[in-house]
Design a protein around this ligand. Structure first.
Ligand code: DGY
Length: 322
């Protein structure tokens, strides 16, 4: 490849087989670090790049795009969520942004149900008890959890992941309601205003994107508005929930429990949450299956190959006009 060869920057290792198609369209640099790049490392790495394959841990803002320079054609985010991209800034500089929708719907919905079951049936708490060697024995009132049948699940954000969760919850015998930015018609679920959904749901599950409007959507007031004894599940983005307010609500019994996969200052987790027994904490595993992560990498690569060969990107980010 000569000096005209497009430089493709991959900010963190992806499955080598998924990266294969990139080698026929450019010279590929993959970060050698087993951690996110620092801002300085990212800006140095992207210099002269025609394409960046980014992770949700990279902040791709105007400075990053400026650091890349005029060759940059695409930022392909290896995630469906793209709150780490400054899409208006990227677009202003004539660069296309893409994400990986669709391929992680089932994995994320499965993990949502995993957290829901784990917290309502106290599985992680039980696991800690057994491992601790504390004596225990079966007894009619021992470690009782909460059943799901006939309970109401309130889904906030009824996109494809919310809908996949709704299908699974219905199979568990739950009644489903939802609150969504845009009206959506989903069999077996009816829309509710957010305050009504919070006041009536036994479990609230978050599936909306992180935007200025949804940051701290679930704050102390929203938690107080939830039904007594309800549970909160978050597999969307951490900052949608005010983590300090959640820790307080879990500690004083305002809500019964929570299942979290994402955190406000990821990978940091609020100290109080780590001390509480009624919250299940997963390390952002929503899409973490071999099959799904491979498809995400392949889709990011497909977007880059398409753009560098003058074709339409399969999954460009289309920003809803305000
Ligand atoms: C996404 O794609 O946005 C998920 O959070 C990745 O697990």
């Amino acid at each position: 490849m000569n000096s005209e060869t497009p430089r493709i920057v991959v900010t963190r290792a992806l499955p080598p087989a998924a990266l294969e198609p990139l080698h026929s369209v450019g010279s590929v640099w993959v970060s050698p670090h087993d951690r996110p790049l620092t801002v300085d490392e990212l800006h140095a790495a992207v210099r002269g790049a025609s394409a960046i394959i980014s992770m949700l841990t990279d902040r791709i803002d105007d400075d990053a795009v400026a650091a890349a320079g005029p060759n940059l054609k695409i930022v392909a985010n290896t995630a469906v969520g793209y709150d780490n991209l400054d899409v208006p800034a990227i677009t202003r500089r004539g660069v296309l942004a893409s994400n990986t929708p669709g391929v992680l719907v089932d994995a994320t919905a499965d993990l949502t149900m995993t957290l829901l079951l784990t917290v309502t049936r106290r599985v992680a708490e039980g696991d800690r008890l057994v491992r601790s060697g504390t004596p225990w024995s079966w007894d009619i009132a021992f470690m009782l959890g909460s059943g799901l049948q006939g309970k109401q699940l309130g889904i906030v954000g009824m996109g494809s992941i919310g809908q996949a969760v709704a299908r699974r919850a219905a199979a568990f015998g739950m009644d489903v309601v939802h609150h969504s930015r845009r009206p959506v018609d989903v069999d077996g679920s009816h829309p509710l205003p957010l305050d009504e959904l919070l006041a009536t749901s036994d479990v609230v599950s978050l599936h909306c994107p992180l935007t200025p409007e949804t940051r701290h959507l679930i704050d102390a007031d929203a938690l107080r508005a939830m039904k007594r004894g309800a549970y909160l599940i978050n597999t969307a983005r951490g900052p949608i929930v005010d983590e300090a307010a959640l820790a307080a609500a879990l500690a004083d019994g305002t809500i019964a429990g929570a299942g979290l996969d994402v955190y406000e200052n990821e990978p940091e987790v609020h100290d109080d949450l780590r001390r509480l027994d009624n919250v299940v904490l997963a390390p952002h595993l929503g899409s973490a299956t071999v099959e799904t992560r491979t498809r995400m990498a392949e889709l990011a690569v497909d977007n880059v190959v398409a753009v560098l060969t003058g074709k339409d990107a399969p999954t460009p980010i289309s920003v809803p006009s305000s």
